[in-house]
Write a protein that binds this ligand. Structure first.
Ligand SMILES: [Zn+2]
Length: 174
């Protein structure tokens, strides 16, 4: 169940979250914790002024404050994903000592938002400019499926009627 996480120096950005033990693909790592906030930005400046908050839906967020989840770094090829609203699970086997990452676009529905620095995660599919889920290519969303928060997957499907979703229809949303 809950893993022993700690904050350490990150190769991606500042500090990051690490686990001192091996994690198996699919394992539940933690729940994002913090304070619930209501917020809807009116401009890109306002959207960018928000630190690491985790979207629950368009206007509800979890603010991790100064807790460990304020150090959760983005990667375009992350080793974890958030499902439901705040459950963090492993997308693949993660050896002890590896930095945990997730893809910020999957918990952000704010079309005004762009990650302030362009991404330097170094993954093969790095998108450089990180924006809300509506901007993701179908290939990216399919690569993460089914480990996508339910609200955000539904939002993507609704906002992108151009995307063929036949292969998703019969699968159970997590
Ligand atoms: Zn990247």
């Amino acid at each position: 169940m809950k893993k022993n996480l700690h904050v350490g120096k990150s190769d991606i950005h500042g500090k990051g979250i690490f686990c001192s033990t091996d994690i198996k693909k699919g394992e539940h790592i933690a729940f994002i914790s913090g304070t619930l906030k209501r917020f809807k930005s009116k401009s890109s400046n306002e959207a960018s002024s928000i630190p690491t908050w985790y979207g629950i839906n368009k206007s509800t967020w979890i603010d991790p404050g100064k807790g460990i989840f304020s150090f959760f770094n983005h990667s375009c090829d992350p080793n974890t994903a958030i499902i439901g609203t705040k459950k963090v699970v492993a997308r693949r086997d993660i050896p002890a000592g590896t930095e945990l990452t997730f893809d910020y676009s999957f918990t952000d529905a704010d079309i005004n938002w762009t990650l302030s620095d362009s991404c330097t995660c170094g993954s093969k599919n790095c998108r450089k400019i990180i924006r809300s889920i509506q901007n993701l290519s179908p290939a990216t969303v399919k690569a993460h499926y089914p480990l996508i928060p339910k609200y955000f997957l539904n939002l993507y499907i609704k906002s992108r009627p151009d995307v063929i979703i036949d292969e998703w229809k019969n699968k159970k949303l997590v």
